[in-house]
Design a protein around this ligand. Structure first.
Ligand code: GLC
Length: 554
């Protein structure tokens, strides 16, 4: 998640450079100045959308209407619901830089389908499109202390797809372009993590579970234990911390522990690792349960190769670690309805898929051939995604009778290498160095195979989308790739893809050769693999049940 590239929500609209002033939301205090505790009325708020802030403060429990027999039944039902506060640094449809946004945009909705009351809380970034900001409702405000700092925290809310979202408003920390990559990210997300707890009084929500994700919200369980235990809102609250990518841990100089986090000597050990403050360690130490996004990755991160120096801590806390695989939004990601495709298709009329191939070939200026094996790659062009393996053997790969279409941005060296190779293999390679979800869909829809040779992959979503679109994954057996792509077995006719184990370019090439061989020479068997892939269930419903079971066992 630690990228400052923000791929914004699909429902994008024009960006607010300077959010419009609102009528009555309280003024924000400056970062350094210690403000008086009473919020002053003013004419401006950090990101208050024009005319809407404060629309009308959401009624507090005490101000709610008297219960009638009907609504008291409803209230009782709501009381019975498991209350979950899902804390994330990004979520669709508001802001996205990576897979966390997909999960935070889908899991809460799926949990609510299981009868929970799940609400999501996010920073009110400037990059959240104006179309959303305009309809947000101001709930109230509070102040957050971070050591000697005393920071304004406005709270906005909005319903989307049956889920209540809350937004933490503070201009000093969030009125900037880009989600991450600022010099003071540590302080920004320490503020966010504490604001989550402080605002519970204002939003009148007593969560049974606070579910935090990645290092950006990892300090919430730490602050809960150190400063908020015993308070009414969190008296019975349990915490879950999910690791989406252990590479990014939120590591800063240990001076932050007292100067920003305001933790005393006794609490240092919760967040200190190798002479630094490490936010993720705090999340692991203080949460009741730690999960990651696939069972295989849960085992892998216990070892030095995958653990990024967290393996020792995780081995000590192994009793509370588990892995639950992610799902994909099967309603939105459906080749039968996806508007980006040239021609919609499903398993019953799979013959139509090839029209997507020829149309994409035309669009990209590749030789138009129905019969050629077309391989796709969609994702960040970084070492995590196995780009070093690909660039190592790409010329040998392009000497095979295939076409390769790559979409994504990332490390400069890979972008340039691919552009250079494209010049020499213009009939076989297209490297599209940008990101567009429309083009991503077109590639999933057009290709026969999907290459994802990741060095590590906590879960991975693209391979699941590819399978749904009948593009057979060729993956390294790591993390979620191992859990979602069982290799095709000629004897049993089971399996959905082609895999290799060792992080080695020749092994990858051999897996590609096996896939291409089956595609050209064993057409009936290829249909079987496609059938296996397209009928696999990657929906969130089953996964939400697993999370619910985890919550219920806390
Ligand atoms: C991160 C991981 C990816 C995972 C996603 C959502 O982006 O790299 O594998 O699918 O988080 O959990």
């Amino acid at each position: 998640m630690a990228t400052n590239k923000t791929t914004k929500a699909v429902e994008e609209s024009e960006q607010v450079a300077n959010p419009a002033p609102a009528k009555t939301a309280p003024k924000q205090t400056s970062s350094k100045a210690k403000a008086s505790s009473a919020p002053k009325a003013s004419t401006k708020t950090a990101a208050a959308p024009k005319k809407t802030a404060p629309k009308k403060a959401a009624p507090k429990a005490s101000e709610k209407a008297e219960p009638t027999p009907q609504n008291s039944k409803q209230v009782a039902q709501n009381e019975d619901k498991k209350k979950i506060l899902f804390v994330a640094s990004e979520a669709l449809p508001y802001v996205k830089s990576g897979g966390l946004a997909d999960v935070a945009g889908a899991l809460p909705k799926a949990l609510n389908k299981q009868g929970c009351d799940t609400r999501v809380i996010l920073p009110l970034y400037m990059d959240i499109p104006n179309s959303f900001r305009q309809t947000m409702v101001y709930v109230g405000n509070c102040y957050v202390t971070l050591s000697w700092r005393y920071q304004y925290c406005g709270i906005f809310t909005q319903q989307y797809d049956g889920v209540t979202y809350y937004f933490i408003d503070n201009e000093y920390y969030f009125k900037r372009h880009g989600l991450y990559g600022h010099y003071d990210d540590g302080e920004r997300f320490a503020f966010f993590s504490k604001a989550v707890l402080e605002c519970l009084k204002v939003i009148d929500f007593k969560p049974d579970i606070i579910h935090c994700n990645d290092w950006h919200s990892a300090l919430t369980p730490v602050f809960l234990d150190c400063f908020y235990r015993g308070q009414d809102e969190t008296r019975n609250t349990k915490t879950v911390f999910t690791i989406h990518n252990i590479e990014f841990q939120g590591k800063y100089g240990d001076g932050m522990i007292s100067d920003v986090l305001g933790l005393d000597q006794g609490a240092r050990r919760l967040v200190e690792l190798d002479g630094c403050v490490n936010f993720m360690k705090g999340g692991i130490e203080c949460s009741n349960k730690v999960t990651t996004v696939s069972p295989t990755y849960a085992n892998e991160i216990l070892t030095p190769f995958f653990g990024y120096d967290m393996q020792k801590i995780l081995n000590n806390r192994r009793y509370k670690l588990s892995g639950i695989i992610n799902g994909i939004d099967t309603a939105k990601l459906d080749p039968m309805t996806d508007k980006s495709l040239f021609k919609n298709f499903n398993l019953e009329n799979f013959g139509d898929k090839v029209k997507n191939k020829t149309a994409l070939q035309e669009l990209l200026g590749l030789p138009v051939r129905e019969d050629v094996a077309m391989i796709g790659m969609v994702g960040r062009l970084t070492h995590q995604k196995g780009l070093d393996l690909l660039t190592c053997v790409i010329e040998r790969l392009l000497n095979m009778d295939i076409q390769l279409v790559i979409l994504g941005t990332g490390d400069w060296k890979y972008e340039n290498q691919l552009k250079e190779i494209q010049n020499r293999y213009s009939g076989r390679l297209r490297a599209i160095i940008n990101f567009s979800s429309d083009m991503a869909s077109k590639i999933y829809g057009a290709t026969d195979m999907f290459l994802m040779p990741s060095k590590f992959e906590p879960c991975g979503l693209s391979q699941m989308i590819a399978m749904r679109y009948g593009s057979i994954p060729i993956v390294r057996e790591t993390g979620g790739l191992k859990d979602t792509v069982p290799p095709y077995n000629h004897e049993t006719k089971e399996g959905r893809g082609f895999t290799f184990v060792t992080y080695n370019a020749d092994d990858m090439l051999y897996a590609i050769e096996r896939a291409v061989g089956l595609y050209y020479d064993y057409k009936e068997e290829w249909k079987q693999v496609v059938h296996n892939a397209m009928t696999a269930d990657f929906s969130w419903d089953n996964i939400a049940k697993q999370y619910l079971e985890l919550y219920n066992n806390l």
